[in-house]
Design a protein around this ligand. Structure first.
Ligand code: TYD
Length: 219
């Protein structure tokens, strides 16, 4: 598998805290960049671009309305939309590939593995594999592992409920992640499993320790 250097992704079941980790990373990065600013500062840490899938682009918007149940789409149609959204996310203007190539650190909330897991459960493994096998892998993949019962408890307080936010489905999601992670590792992706039952700050510290070791962070 081709690997995009300077690219890290967060993966996990719904309610596992990937979005919280993106926020904490953003805050930590802002503090660091501030501390490094000033006329005497050296090159410092690279620019950070935080992003997510489904994206805020037109295809991502359509996907989210399907996830909310406002738009009824066949699972295979959704699988194709997720892949099309990803293609724009990766290769569109100002996208992941372009940013990583110019020396930014890019961190995405979800990527290919989400499709292999979720759409794999929804419409069988073959279609998501064929739609996604051409995409390059990230340099680093964080998997936030959490008991689905606890994850569903965390989700309960949120307004509305998405298509996949059901305990029985989330139990299978966790199983599929665990089964597929070794394949990504074998394909050359560095995989880090984070026990997401610990506090968000503890998880964030582990995330940071791994990001810090990426070659891009050493200038
Ligand atoms: P996410 O944005 O993480 O959820 P939230 O809106 O609660 O922050 O992801 C939205 C949903 O999309 C989530 O249930 C996982 C699903 N998903 C897929 O099924 N396939 C994919 O390829 C991606 C990127 C997400």
């Amino acid at each position: 598998m081709l690997i995009i250097q300077n690219f890290a992704v967060f993966e996990g079941g719904d309610g596992s805290g990937t979005t919280t980790q993106i926020v904490l990373l953003k805050e930590r990065y802002a503090r660091l960049r501030e501390a490094q600013a000033g006329p005497a500062a050296g090159p410092g840490i690279p620019p950070l671009h935080l992003t997510y899938e489904p994206t805020a682009g037109p295809i991502g918007v359509m996907i989210r309305s399907a996830l909310r149940g406002e738009l009824s789409l066949r699972p295979e149609t959704c699988a194709r939309l997720f892949a099309a959204d990803r293609n724009e996310h990766l290769y569109g203007a100002g996208g992941v590939a372009e940013r990583c190539a110019r020396g930014e650190l890019v961190v995405s909330d979800r990527y290919v593995l989400s499709s292999l897991v979720y759409q794999g459960l929804d419409c069988g493994e073959e279609l998501p594999w064929s739609l996604n096998r051409g995409f390059p892998g990230p340099e680093l993949l964080f998997f936030f592992d959490l008991d689905p019962e606890i994850a569903m408890e965390r989700i309960r307080s949120r307004p509305g409920r998405d298509l996949y936010e059901r305990l029985d489905f989330q139990i299978r999601v966790r199983e599929r992640y665990r089964a597929l992670l070794p394949e990504f590792e074998r394909a050359g992706v560095r995989v880090l499993c984070i026990d997401a039952s610990q506090s968000a700050e503890e998880s964030a510290a582990l995330v940071w320790a791994a990001l810090e070791k990426m070659p891009i962070m050493k200038g």
